[in-house]
Write a protein that binds this ligand. Structure first.
Ligand code: NAD
Length: 476
């Protein structure tokens, strides 16, 4: 018997087949539990359940829907201990970071509770004798494919605006981290979400994920994950003429100028690559661009701070926990080997500490050429490339000279320079003298290969609704 089943039509449901997912504790490498893995038949059932629920959900008053969102948000916070422990066990992340994931998920429901009754259309003056207006209508059933790095946060980010827009949802969590999604759906049902509004099918990407993104009876897809898989998902969605939006990877630059507060810049640079989820963050600042005049001073400060970071298992609440899986550890180690051949020895780190589990030391390569693989490709781990620049123009060119465009940041005390950088950098979000700033109400999404469409904020409602235009002849 698997401990965690699927959640379909308001009930825990066994998978149609025998397949399971083996969850492993990233801090020890030992098996924790087997959970059910859904396949195509389960996705069919979940989509049918979501389809049946559409009429009731869209028919519910916006006040009642908002009330359910508030109740769900409260219930998630009441269960913070339990949810954070599951999130920590599945991902390996430090317990305080897992707690922050629960609070973040709850906050998305609270924020979008306030939006349910504010989705409005326009009135358009098409000419005498006509009344023309638009209505924003839900898509119907939306599919949500979620990665392993922030399972609860990303779940809240993607399903709350879709549900607020009047859609019902089917979620495919990542194979390493399926349990909290099932728990959220159960809690939502307990507080009164009608059966079928939130369905969860854990399973392998190639089976459950592919079945969901290509399903002929869904009406939209939200995908967060790698570029490679995102392209596959988008092709499937487009073959059903469905809207899709993609939140993909990044290789984000943090540019530091000589007029910056260097202590603050160093502290932020360390937090932005090592301080969250062991660097397995789509918005990690994995490229530190440093002006040549302050190179030595800034790098010394960054190395000093990175050297103070603690590494331990999640319950000890260190700065850096283990990576999520053995595959991820192998990926990071192999990129560090590439870095050694391209650049030379890292100035700190470069290896796993001497202990079991999937830990990796914070690693910094200095004097990196922006054309190397470690400066161009997303490593998704605690590895920083330091790249030197001579002037503002070069900092902007280097920032933009990658295939990604998720976020970027600049440290400077020159207001004009900050805004010139923000204007010219190709990224969906730009931080000035900060990193990881911005609330649930600020839109988020990528330029270039980092994706398209926006989540968070009011913009997310556009991703999960369609516009109907009504043009009435009132002199008929
Ligand atoms: P991934 O693409 O391998 O997997 C993401 C999800 O897609 C998982 O649920 C997986 O099961 C599913 N999947 C895999 N193959 C599939 C297929 N053929 N069809 C449908 N679904 C499939 O990505 P990952 O390694 O789990 O996540 C890391 C990536 O996610 C990184 O590139 C990271 O930058 C990106 N990410 C982006 C954001 C963002 O908001 N932009 C946030 C977090 C992570």
């Amino acid at each position: 018997m698997s401990e965690t089943e699927l959640f379909i039509h308001g009930e825990s449901t066994p998978a149609a087949g025998e397949a399971t997912l083996t969850l492993v504790d990233p801090a020890t490498g030992e098996e924790v539990v087997q959970v059910a893995a859904g396949t195509e038949a389960d996705v069919d059932e979940a989509v049918a359940s979501a389809r049946d629920a559409v009429t009731d959900w869209t028919g519910m008053s916006t006040e009642d829907r908002a009330e359910l969102f508030f109740e769900l948000s409260d219930a998630l916070l009441e269960r913070e201990d339990e949810l954070a422990t599951l999130e920590m066990e599945d991902t390996g992340k430090p317990i305080s970071q897992a707690r922050s994931g629960v609070r973040s998920c709850a906050r998305y429901f609270e924020y979008y509770a306030g939006i349910t009754d504010k989705i409005r259309g326009d009135s358009i003056p098409v000419g005498d004798g006509y009344v023309d207006y638009t209505v924003r209508e839900p898509l119907g059933v939306t599919g949500h494919i979620i990665p392993w790095n922030f399972p609860l946060n990303i779940l809240g980010r993607t399903i709350a605006p879709s549900l607020a827009s009047g859609n019902t949802v089917v979620i495919k969590p990542d194979e390493h981290t399926p349990r909290t999604a099932v728990e959220v759906a159960k809690i939502a049902h307990e507080v009164g979400f009608p059966p079928g509004t939130i369905n969860v099918v854990p399973g392998h990407g190639s089976r459950a994920g592919a079945a969901l993104s290509s399903h002929p009876d869904i009406d939209g897809v939200s995908f967060t994950g790698s570029v490679e898989t995102g392209i596959e998902v988008a092709k499937s969605a487009v073959s059903n003429v469905n809207p899709v939006h993609l939140e993909l990877g990044g290789k984000s630059p943090l540019a530091v100028f000589p007029d910056a507060d260097l202590e603050a810049a160093a502290e932020t640079a360390v937090d932005a690559i090592f301080g969250r989820n062991a660097g397995q963050v789509c918005t990690a600042a994995s490229r530190l661009l440093v002006h040549e005049d302050i190179h030595d001073e800034l790098v010394d400060l960054v190395v000093e701070r990175a050297g103070e970071l603690s590494i331990a298992a999640g319950p000890d609440d260190p700065d850096i926990g283990p990576l999520v899986s053995e595959d991820q550890l192998d990926r990071v180690q192999s990129y560090v080997d590439v870095g050694r051949s391209e650049v030379g020895e890292p100035i700190i780190g470069g290896t796993s500490p001497d202990r079991s589990g999937y830990f990796f030391e914070p690693t910094i390569f200095d004097d990196v050429d922006n054309q190397t693989r470690i400066a161009q490709e997303e490593i998704f781990g605690p590895v920083l490339a330091v790249i030197e620049f001579a002037d503002e123009r070069e900092a902007i060119e280097l920032s933009n000279d990658v295939e990604y465009g998720l976020v970027a940041g600049v440290f400077t005390s020159d207001l004009g320079r900050a805004h010139r950088y923000a204007r010219e950098v190709q990224a969906g979000r730009v931080f000035v003298n900060d990193w990881f700033a911005g609330g649930k109400n600020a839109p988020f999404g990528g330029y270039k290969s980092s994706g398209f469409g926006r989540e968070k904020g009011l913009e997310a409602i556009d991703s999960f609704t369609q516009t109907k235009n009504v043009c009435a002849n009132i002199e008929f």
